[in-house]
Design a protein around this ligand. Sequence first.
Ligand code: FE2
Length: 320
Amino acid sequence: MRKRTSIAITGIDAAVFGVVDLRVTNRFLDDFGLHRARSGRFGVDYRCVDRSEVSVRPADSPQLPQAIEPGSTLRELIWGVGNRRSLDAIAGSLARDRSASFDSEGTLHSVDDTGLAIGFRLTRRKALKTRPSAFNAPGCAVRIDRHAPFYDHALPQEISHVVLGVPDIGAVERFYCGRLGFRVSDRYVGRAVFLRAAPAGNHHHLFVLNSADRRIHFNHIAFKVRDIHEVIGGGQALAARGWETHAGPGRHYPSSACFWYFKSPLGGAAEYAADEDMVTAKWRARRFVMAPENFSEWRFNSPASGGALAGAAIAGSRRA
Ligand SMILES: [Fe+2]
């Protein structure tokens, strides 16, 4: 058996976007519930509750890495690393066949095999302790004389994952698993693969799909909220402010998460997600068959999807 690279990547620490309309993007992220941590002529740095960040810059900012596609899009994905030894190991490994250099704040900047700029830094995220919601079920009432939480807006707790359309999912899997110690959580055979950065934790941090035009595209960024009540409350608040739903509310089969996606001025979509499967090294990756009727929530920018969910999501459970 091939020895796994021992690298402690903890998840997405920051996502850097270049946008064509900074004003509209900032209004969207304010409404979405992110906290403005820093702003200036350079743009705005937003934070989730756990301090994972979304940095917004003008698309033509000379500070940004080269764009992967025209318009507003993801410009760099920065991964959090648990310790200095891992960070140095990543730097040494990447420097063998590509540019990999630290900036003055200690973030390592490089590029993956699809051409997306990637960064690595000692994680600045803090561990959250959220009290789970109590749900009543027939014959099992655990919330007595108390109403369920009601959210008039969402407060994104952490960045969950990023999704990209890519020219070749096999190349992405080889790079992230072979060079950075990621693992495959599930796959749609020949079409898409769910990758997680660490053996234990999120079901996925990165999900990639083969794109029809064999180019790289940003698809969406997802933020965890506390529970399904917050998915609904946050989505209703955004809709009331005029932001357009891309898909949802609904529920994914592969990660169990409840979701609501909105069309985002960051490019692609922004997703509220709750109750994602958390896994360990014992998790056995599944192989699903992808069919149009069970995959519509990810068919971004496809006229065929019309932005709607079609068919039962459970159809995605068909095994290959
Ligand atoms: Fe997602």
